[in-house]
Design a binder for this molecule. Sequence first.
Ligand code: FAD
Ligand code: MLT
Ligand code: ZN
Length: 504
Amino acid sequence: MRLLQALSKFAASKSLIRNVRAAFSQTPLTSDTYKVERGNYGEIASEDISIFKDIVGCSHVVTDPSDLEGNNIDWLKTVRGQSKLMVKPKSTKEVSEILKHCNERNLAVCPQGGNTGLVGGSVPVFDEVILSTQRMNKIISIDPISGVLVCQAGCILETANKDLAGHGLIAPLDLGAKGSCHLGGNISTNAGGLRLLRYGSLRGTVLGVEAVLSDGAVLDCLSTLRKDNTGYDLKQLMIGSEGTLGVVTALSILCPQKPASVNVAFLGVESFEKVLKIQQCARKDLGEILSAVEFMDSECMRNVTHHLNMTNPIADCPFYILIETSGSNASHDEEKLGRFLEEVMDAGIADDGTLATDYTKMEAIWGLRERMAEAMLHDGYNFKYDFSLPTDKMYDLVRASREHLKGICKSVVGYGHLGDGNLHLNITCEKYSRDIHSAVEPFVYEWTSRHKGSVSAEHGLGFKKRQYMAYTKSKEEIMMMKKIKQLFDPKGILNPYKMLPDNF
Ligand code: FAD
Ligand code: MLT
Ligand code: ZN
């Protein structure tokens, strides 16, 4: 049995390597696609490699080009960098020594966690040194009384969640990439995800951050206090700064109790107006036990069932809503969600629906929503967006994009975190083309700005969206961000070409 498992693991890793290889050779270099100029940084010399080896040990400095392929290309296979070197430190001290050296030598650095980012922030553009946190995966402490987890930045979200479960706790965030993304990456992108509706943003749940600045100085804001009003809250600058201000090395985060009972309802409705009505009823009727409200349209369902061979558990409908409750009393919660489902169906708001109270059925329903990113990746080149919009306007953008892109694209789909007003508009085509890109952008950004939305609700700006920041932020705000960048990283070595727009 063990041998069989080992063999199938080996086969799976072989096929993963083959897939990365194929994607690598098919994805053009970012610098060619986007016509970027390399900054005036130093080039890695053999003395630098020796110094890095002294700091982290020989086996944790990667220079073999084929071993670097997966770290040079993003999850979406849309951007590809040319780094010749990755360092894998184990401790804050090692990160500090690496950055001190890079700063002295003017070597650009790209911090990388699980490399699941969706905006091209986690991969280099040119030959930046990749600083990977994959070995920084130590849980430092879990306090079951306060619910505070303290850990290194490279802890994988799902692994940390398993440890937390042993103490009756859960992480306050959940996302489809949980099996690979790092908590440090989550903080650096201010990831939202599927539980934000219930547990709030990382800006509230993260209590402390330790980060290494560009010159190697350690900024220790690793508090575990819930309340601290002494001066500026510097950790907030690190949250969502996408590796441009410092390398997050450790964090403390407030974790809720693991709910004793979780139930899911999956409903089908005929219009987006009814989607909104269901959301309103759910907030009113399910109140304190409501933990997620997600939606997807029929084009999404077609893609996820077709590409991933999954099954729609209810009748085909124009829109689907997933409602999750998390509480402490199984029979009470189940009855409440069951009654809600009956009422919205009797009132003719929902056309079909099903209730999941056992783990297997819940997983299958959640899979339809959580694996949407994967399904769209199978559909072709994927233009992916994560707009914040007034909830009642969310779907108008999908309709407007379909009209605008008629005959040009393969699929134009809408799904997302309905309860947070966060739309994921995904547009696919057979392969990348500059003409299609120009038809899609800036159209979608202009539409969003006109309707007072944000061009990024949760994925960040990274490389691909940085030039569009001004659709959401004022000139004064962008100028102030540039001053902060200058203060934290005077030589601009940390994640250059990312997050901040050029022309300001
Ligand atoms: P990476 O991708 O490695 O890096 C992301 C950015 O953070 C880069 O700019 C990188 O330079 C920087 N960075 C990483 N680690 C550090 C560090 N220690 N210090 C400083 N900078 C660092 N995002 C959501 O918000 N909500 C979702 O629901 C969601 N679902 C997803 C589902 C799938 C299937 C996938 C593939 C992605 C999803 N994402 C989602 C996007 C992504 O998973 C998140 O942005 C995640 O937080 C990135 O974590 P990571 O460790 O992979 O970071
Ligand atoms: C999600 O909500 O599924 C993620 O943000 C990924 C995506 O946008 O596809
Ligand atoms: Zn999302």
